[in-house]
Design a protein around this ligand. Structure first.
Ligand code: HEM
Length: 354
């Protein structure tokens, strides 16, 4: 049998035979269209890998009702960190394309009309699988298949399908809501450290858990005069409405994990939440770099895909986040020394016992 050959294994011929700049008269006199095509292809390959990792992570959450203490949790964090590393790399790649000047781009820009990165199905799937919904997107009218340069009908359907499957954000919310840290079994011996008259009893139905009563007081004490309105927001976010599409119970768990992240069992969950914020930040760094590059390349002209161009991209930058609510938990943190002391029963439960 013939030995497997390198180029055969990675199907190199097919990849290397996939660059056909439309503006070239001859390869020798070629312009920057070759670079333009290759850089888009490289991006799409990395998008493919990101989607692969994302699906794997979603699968772990869907299958097992993930155990915070298991291998699964570290696998999830490892895969998400990998996505972060890929995003770091593709952020840096923008500067390679920036070696092309605006005039260089004009030499071939017309041949690609009305194609545009806007139509990158894989990019849209990454956003959707992370948790960004169509109604949360900036200028949703651009997605309607009524104009040139929009997504094809079948690509759009695929994006809608990804939205309707469990997104990473929805799975994270369910996982957060399952956290048993406020279970009354662990709170019987809790010594209140707040000056509240009410005797320490089991929380009555509809009543706030004594931990949160104390935390709220500590938070209130931490606010400066011009932040007084934050207390009302605290109630809304953690006990009434939640924040964005994250319900109160999940917001409470995210805050609890963040405050007590030094406890062994919360170290991985904290890493997970932190990595989600990092992914959001790295994606938005990419949006920013792409937007700045576009402004340099085409100024204020409309994009090949028919949007308003740089203005549209600037709009997505302030709006397209999947994990904004998780990141903004920082609004409600207090100093370490002011945190309520956890009861021993809970501390034992959340420590690794040898
Ligand atoms: C000369 C370089 C580039 C220019 C001038 C440019 C221009 C634009 C413009 C104007 C848009 C808005 C849609 C439109 O009206 O066309 C856009 C969207 C987009 N471009 Fe680029 N682009 C460039 C390079 C790239 C590269 C290398 C990628 C990598 C895949 C990329 C990916 C995207 C994506 C994913 C969007 C959709 C962004 C969103 O809607 O949030 N672009 N681009």
């Amino acid at each position: 049998m013939k030995d497997l050959y390198y180029s055969e294994y990675i199907e190199l011929d097919r990849i290397l035979d996939s660059q056909h700049p439309r503006s070239f008269e001859s390869m020798e006199e070629g312009n920057d269209e070759m670079l333009f095509i290759i850089i888009h292809q490289v991006y799409e390959l990395w998008f493919k890998q990101i989607l692969f990792e994302l699906d794997l992570v979603r699968h772990i959450f869907i299958q097992d009702g993930i155990n915070d203490n298991s291998d699964d949790m570290s696998k999830v964090v490892q895969k998400l960190k990998r996505i972060g590393k890929i995003l770091e790399l593709i952020n840096q790649q923008v500067s390679i394309l920036e070696t092309m000047t605006a005039l260089d781009f004009l030499e071939f820009r017309n041949v690609l009309l009305p194609a545009s990165g806007f139509q990158s199905k894989q990019f849209r799937l990454i956003e959707a699988k992370l948790g960004l919904k169509m109604e949360q997107r900036y200028k949703t009218e651009y997605y309607k298949h009524t104009r040139r340069g929009s997504l094809s009908e079948s690509d759009l359907q695929e994006v809608h399908r990804a939205e309707s499957e469990s997104t990473l954000k929805e799975l994270i919310i369910k996982w957060l809501e399952r956290m048993p840290y406020l279970d009354q079994r662990y709170w019987k011996e809790y010594k209140r450290n707040s000056p509240v008259d009410k005797p320490v009893t089991e929380a009555e139905p509809g009543d706030r858990h004594k931990f949160w009563v104390d935390y709220r007081i500590a938070y209130q004490n931490s606010l400066s005069e011009n932040e007084a309105g934050r207390l009302r927001e605290f109630d809304k976010v953690f006990f009434e409405e939640g924040r964005g599409d994250v319900p109160p119970a999940a917001m409470q768990a995210a805050l609890f994990i963040t405050i007590y992240r030094n406890l062994p069992i919360f170290q991985m969950p904290f890493e997970l939440l932190n990595t989600l914020s990092e992914i959001d930040e790295l994606l938005s760094n990419w949006r920013y770099r792409h937007f700045m590059m576009v402004r340099r390349m085409i100024g204020l002209r409309v994009g090949t895909g028919g949007t308003s161009g740089a203005g549209y991209l600037e709009g997505t930058l302030s709006q397209h986040y999947a994990f904004r609510e998780i990141t903004e938990v920082a609004t409600f943190l207090i100093e370490r020394s002011k945190r309520p002391m956890l009861p021993n029963a809970l501390k034992e439960k959340v420590s690794f016992n040898l």
